[in-house]
Design a protein. Structure first.
Length: 339
């Protein structure tokens, strides 16, 4: 089969389509014929040699995929059959013609949705759902500040905050992105490049601040985040685009508000059970399937929808990486896999 590959860490020019061995499904695994995958920041970091896949995961890029069931490994429970249209959260391997997936991490593709659209769901939407519900415990009426509001996770989070009857507020770097977040349901949006988002958030919330912050930026935002975080608020860090080294009295500021910091990395959660988080990803996928997936269906105007910025064929994987590095995309960049 063909897969996105690179022989040594570096720039997008190192990427190419490589012929590799087609995987065989193991115990409790399903073989999926991939029609589309999608690009994530983790793929860019892995290509640069800064984010290796978890132990035992495929070293092929791709943290999500949409396609059809092509084979069943021994011990499968019977919930999937050959030909089923499915999408999956992966620790790697999605940008290839075939990938194996534990059956508990597969989700059915919503009715009338294309593979291209479905590929934009697993990583972004499961990440946002996990941050809001498993980590942040969002409640009705709470205010949620979403950084990188026009990203795949950001656009998903806006809609999930609305679904939870809470209030989404975003930051983004261009007027075009802010308009897109408004169309997705953001109650307010601020351009972090030309205005102080913390002052604007406090103004919008009449001085009370936000209850939850979804932060993929990190160090450079810490003071502004704490300035606009409410008393007893939750600051959830799931990325460090600006680095992780903080200079200043972070703990005193945090303590003064009785606030809490939570951190989350979804990819590194092992498929095996742990004492604290038994079958965490399977529980996450099951909860998302039951509570969120039905809202992607429902006639011409479903309540939720994935946002696809652009589509690149697998042989143009380098161009897709360059596009993400330019940080102009609104929603997901999807990779179409050749037949």
């Amino acid at each position: 089969m063909f897969a996105a590959y690179f022989d040594c860490p570096g720039g997008p020019e190192n990427l190419y389509m490589k012929e590799v061995m087609k995987p065989d499904p193991g115990e409790g695994e399903v073989l999926v014929k991939v029609s589309a995958s999608a690009l994530n920041r983790a793929d860019l970091l892995q290509r640069r040699g800064k984010y290796p896949p978890p132990k035992g995961a495929s070293d092929i890029l791709g943290l999500e995929a949409a396609g059809s069931v092509a084979g069943l490994g021994p011990g499968c429970s019977g919930r999937w059959k050959i030909g089923d249209a499915v999408m999956a959260l992966l620790p790697g391997g999605g940008q290839a013609q075939y990938v194996t997936v534990p059956e508990g991490l597969l989700m059915p593709i919503p009715k009338d949705m294309t593979f291209i659209q479905a590929a934009a769901i697993p990583e972004a939407w499961l990440t946002a759902f996990q941050l809001l519900h498993f980590v942040g415990k969002v409640q009705e009426g709470e205010r949620v500040l979403i950084h990188a509001g026009a990203s795949g996770v950001g656009m998903a989070a806006i809609q999930l905050v609305r679904l939870a009857k809470a209030i989404p507020i975003v930051t983004a770097g261009t007027q075009e992105k802010l308009e897109a977040t408004t169309n997705a349901g953001a109650a307010a949006g601020f351009n972090y490049k030309n205005e102080d988002f913390s002052e604007k958030v406090l103004e919008f919330t009449q001085g009370s601040g936000v209850d939850i912050i979804l932060d993929c930026v990190g160090a450079s935002y810490w003071e502004k985040n704490l300035s606009c975080l409410s008393t007893d608020g939750r600051w959830i860090i799931y990325g460090l685009l600006s680095g992780g080294e903080v200079h200043g009295d972070l703990l005193a500021r945090l303590l003064s508000k009785r606030a809490s910091i939570h951190t989350s990395l979804l990819r590194s959660r092992d498929k095996e059970a742990s004492v604290l988080f038994p079958q965490y990803k399977e529980r996450l996928v099951r909860a998302f399937t039951e509570e969120v997936l039905p809202h992607f269906s429902g006639g011409p105007s479903p309540l939720l929808q994935p946002f696809v910025d652009s589509v690149y064929p697998l042989h143009a994987i380098a161009e897709a990486h360059r596009a993400m590095e330019e940080n102009k995309n609104i929603g997901k960049i999807v990779i179409e896999i050749p037949v």
